[in-house]
Design a protein around this ligand. Structure first.
Ligand code: NAP
Length: 301
């Protein structure tokens, strides 16, 4: 039996691993991939991690992973399928049963995709799911944001600060996001609303050159000339296997604050998988450290 098992080797999980080992805990990280990294691996350039401007997502992941390796964290490949809680926590994985005094779930969240032609092929080459991560690369250029929720409205406002023009493409004429944000969007000169419109395909060879959209009322298709397409149609955590075991919010995020404490003693959550306002690498790393503090408090009684 381990002191601590962390599920997920993204920034939250790897930071928790480093802090766990430094605290003298027998620490194992379970991850689906043998290299870890999580969502950050798909970020072309990370421009907002303090102290490491311009580092690529892959380089940052490698640095975090090698730091955890140097700290002596043990890694195991596997996918968590279920947990049993009690005095100890039992984990059912596709590579066998595991047991620990405490666990930290750091399995992240996945951006919803549009599923249109060109999206997958041009991801990281103009198609992005994170305006605050990648927006700076489109300074002085034209971009499109897809979605009508808070994230899409915030992304449009964020991008409009640096972009020449931002199209906000939404499938209805009413926004789901906050009215205050909508008012700001409507008052921003370089944001053009493209309402009642759905994206059809993304064009480009080595980088995005256009977005074909269709008006759902008229059926008319138009090509927007853009350099970047920011998809903001929601995210989802993969937590189905935890239903009935832990408190989850309506969208499946594990209910936990900065301490990482969940509704079950001995089970902690860190990073994008927990309920939180700002899902960024730096907040995920902070969560990993905080969750280990909670684990120590729990194990030491
Ligand atoms: P969201 O609220 O679920 O909005 C997703 C948007 O994408 C909706 O407008 C939806 O259209 C649209 N959409 C979904 N699938 C689509 C598709 N296949 N094609 C085209 N459009 C599609 O997601 P979110 O904006 O990521 O926000 C997630 C949650 O975080 C929300 O609860 C939000 O309030 C919260 N949040 C809060 C803040 C804040 O308080 N500052 C900031 C960010 C996020 P429909 O409207 O037609 O369904």
């Amino acid at each position: 039996m381990r002191d601590l098992i962390i599920i997920g080797a993204g920034p939250a999980g790897l930071t928790a691993g480093i802090y766990g080992k430094r605290a003298g805990l027998d620490t194992l990280i379970l991850d689906e991939s043998c290299i870890g990294g999580g969502q950050v691996m798909t970020t072309y350039d990370v421009d907002n991690y303090p102290g490491l401007p311009g580092i690529s997502g892959m380089d940052l992941s490698e640095k975090l992973k090698s730091h955890a390796d140097e700290a002596g964290v043990e890694f195991k490949m596997g996918t968590l399928a279920g947990i049993e809680t009690g005095d100890t926590i039992k984990l059912h994985t596709d590579s066998g049963e595991l047991e620990a005094k405490a666990i930290i779930i750091a399995t992240g969240a996945t951006h919803n995709k549009l599923g249109i032609p060109g999206e997958e092929e041009l991801q990281g080459m103009g198609v992005s799911y994170c305006a605050t991560c990648d927006g700076a690369f489109f300074r002085g250029r034209t971009t499109a944001v897809i979605g009508g929720g808070d994230v899409a409205l915030e992304d449009a406002l964020f991008l409009a600060r640096g972009c020449k023009k931002v199209y906000l493409v939404h499938r209805r004429d009413a926004f789901r996001g906050a009215k205050k944000l909508e008012d700001k969007v409507r008052a921003t000169e370089n944001i053009e609303l493209v309402l009642n419109t759905v994206p059809v395909s993304v064009q480009g060879e080595d980088s995005v050159s256009g977005l074909t959209v269709r008006n759902v009322k008229t059926g008319e298709e138009t090509v927007l000339t853009v350099d970047g397409v920011f998809v903001a149609v929601g995210t989802h955590p993969i937590t189905d296997y935890l239903k009935g075991k832990l408190e989850l919010d309506a969208r499946g995020y594990i209910v936990a604050d900065e301490t990482g404490k969940t509704s079950v003693p001995g089970v902690y959550a860190a990073g994008d998988v927990r309920t939180k306002a700002l899902r960024q690498i730096v907040t995920a790393a902070a969560d990993g450290a905080n969750a280990v503090e909670s684990v120590l408090e729990y194990i030491n009684g």
